[in-house]
Design a protein around this ligand. Structure first.
Ligand SMILES: Cc1cc2nc3c(=O)[nH]c(=O)nc-3n(C[C@H](O)[C@H](O)[C@H](O)COP(=O)(O)OP(=O)(O)OC[C@H]3O[C@@H](n4cnc5c(N)ncnc54)[C@H](O)[C@@H]3O)c2cc1C
Length: 477
């Protein structure tokens, strides 16, 4: 097998996983990261300053696909996470009916993103074939100019680094597309859509002796409020995140960024409050807002890479609305696929790029289309447009598959299996999208569920505004 020298730009989850996959495959890897890269103890990660990743402390779900990838590719990293206080959340007890062997995959990992990065970092720092350049900013590419520039390395703030292959893992704001254009190359085409949402997250710790109740939700408390949504994210070491999301245009709800308003809001949402109430848990962070979110997919122009010797991965290639919790899993999938493409094509770097792209593009294309469609429909629904989410052919199929599918999953084992495998990227979306019988089953169950009156998951928008106003008035006077 050809041994390549590879420079990986950026040590987020995708860059770390790629460095680890390539280093363990015998390649000489240099990993360059602008922020300081140390490991220390697992919980030190919670205090890391990660200026390069604005969403570092935001709520992250580590889904069933990420678990599968991590256990297969880096079992030592997975074990390190469990030893550090991450825990498996087995969804099988929520599945009604007989289990199948493959249902073992229906598990997610309760862990904070910072701790995932810690475990990957620790493994990278221990790998003899990987050199880590910590606290070093990458400022350009070393390349031969042309229509399709040939990249020969990276230019770091402290000098050039020669390499056979450069991997761009610098995240969603990667400057690489600009650098390619400056070298005379063609920019990758970019499809983009607005997620139409702002997230407000707060992390909590479960109090000693208390436990988080289970209830009629998959997998943890969550619901659409009709004008926004709430959700929860299990973490490591008895932590979890509570999240409320609203459309970016809703100015009055933006007081959620203030802790007293956020706390008052959570108290009005019974499922969320069953976890966030003061007897059960205490907040351990302030409210962390996150907006300006996009779904973005970058693609080759006319089927050719825009540069030879350069591969974009992770968020630099593709990212979607965090509500779909895909990014961490995609980073792990791409690390594995890039190692496989190099193993198959060695020093033929154009063939490596094409093979890598052929492997990762189909799921990106369908997930991008779905995220764009669901986000667009959800925003229209939140803005008051009546949409038919109860019927597969009601004109809002992507939202039907999301909302009706998840509701029906709670009462039907086969729907549950289908929806968990769909949501958590174990199956392609086409599995449900091509299964008319399953869609009709979801439709029947959902219509039936709707015929029984249920308590609202939370207050009306006006009630919520009033509750938050009262909470803030008590403080501001
Ligand atoms: C609010 C929010 C919530 C999310 N929730 C989930 C979730 O629940 N589940 C999930 O799977 N995914 C989630 N995601 C997506 C996930 O966080 C991303 O997909 C993931 O961070 C991508 O990792 P990455 O390594 O590709 O990029 P990043 O994490 O952005 O890392 C890029 C790295 O490059 C470094 N860098 C940048 N520029 C330079 C430079 N010039 N020189 C050197 N280094 C540089 C940065 O410092 C950083 O370390 C969420 C995203 C957001 C925004």
């Amino acid at each position: 097998m050809a041994t390549l020298s590879v420079v990986v730009l950026g040590a987020g989850v995708s860059g770390l996983a790629t460095a680890l996959a390539l280093g363990r495959a015998g390649h000489r890897v240099t990993l360059v990261e602008r922020d300081e890269v140390t490991a220390g103890e697992a919980l030190d990660a919670i205090g890391w300053r990660r200026q390069g990743i604005p969403h570092f402390h935001q709520a992250h779900a580590f889904t069933a696909r990420g678990r599968r990838e991590l256990r297969a590719a880096f079992p030592d990293v997975y074990e390190a996470l469990l030893d550090a206080g991450a825990h498996e959340i087995d969804l099988r007890p929520k599945l009604r009916g007989p289990l199948r062997t493959e249902d073992e995959e229906l598990q997610i990992l309760g862990v904070r993103r910072a701790v995932i990065e810690w475990a990957l970092r620790r493994a990278v720092l221990r790998e003899p074939g990987i050199t880590v350049r910590s606290g070093v900013q990458v400022v350009g590419l070393e390349a031969t100019r042309g229509d399709v520039p040939v990249v020969t390395g990276a230019l770091a703030a402290d000098g050039p680094i020669a390499a056979d292959l450069v991997v761009d893992a610098m995240g969603r704001r990667s400057p690489v597309p600009d650098w390619i254009t400056a070298l005379g190359g063609r920019r990758m085409t970019e499809s983009s859509s607005d997620c139409g949402v702002i997230y407000y997250t707060r992390y909590y710790r479960v109090r000693a002796g208390a436990s988080l109740p289970d209830g009629p939700w998959v997998p943890t408390p969550r619901a659409d409020l009709g004008y926004g949504l709430f959700s929860t994210f299990p973490g490591d070491n008895d932590t979890f995140a509570g999240l409320i999301a609203i459309p970016p245009g809703d100015q009055e709800l933006k007081v959620l960024r203030r802790a007293p308003a956020f706390d008052a809001a959570t108290a009005t949402m019974p499922a969320l409050h069953s976890w966030t109430n003061a007897d059960t848990s205490e907040p351990i962070t302030d409210v962390l807002p996150m907006g300006s979110l996009q779904n973005t997919l970058r693609s080759f122009v006319d089927g050719r890479p825009s540069a030879i010797g350069l591969i974009s991965i992770g968020d630099a290639l593709f990212h979607t609305d965090p509500v779909f919790a895909l990014g961490l899993s995609f980073g792990l999938v791409e690390a594995r696929e890039l190692a496989a493409a190099i193993e198959a094509h060695g020093r033929d770097l154009e063939a490596v790029a094409l093979a890598f792209d052929a492997a990762v593009r189909p799921p990106m294309v369908e997930r991008f289309a779905n995220a764009t469609a669901v986000d667009g429909l959800r925003l229209r629904a939140w803005q008051g447009e009546p949409l038919d989410v109860a019927h597969r052919d009601g004109g809002a199929y992507p939202l039907f598959a999301f909302a009706a599918g998840n509701a029906a999953a709670l009462v039907d084992g086969d729907v549950f299996r289908t929806m968990i495998r769909r949501n958590y990227f174990l199956d392609p979306l086409s599995v449900l999208d091509d299964d008319i019988a399953m869609q009709e089953r979801i439709e029947r169950i959902f219509v039936d569920l709707r015929s029984t009156p249920r308590p609202r998951p939370g207050p009306s928008r006006d009630e919520l505004i009033e509750v938050m106003r009262t909470a803030l008035a008590a403080i501001d006077g």
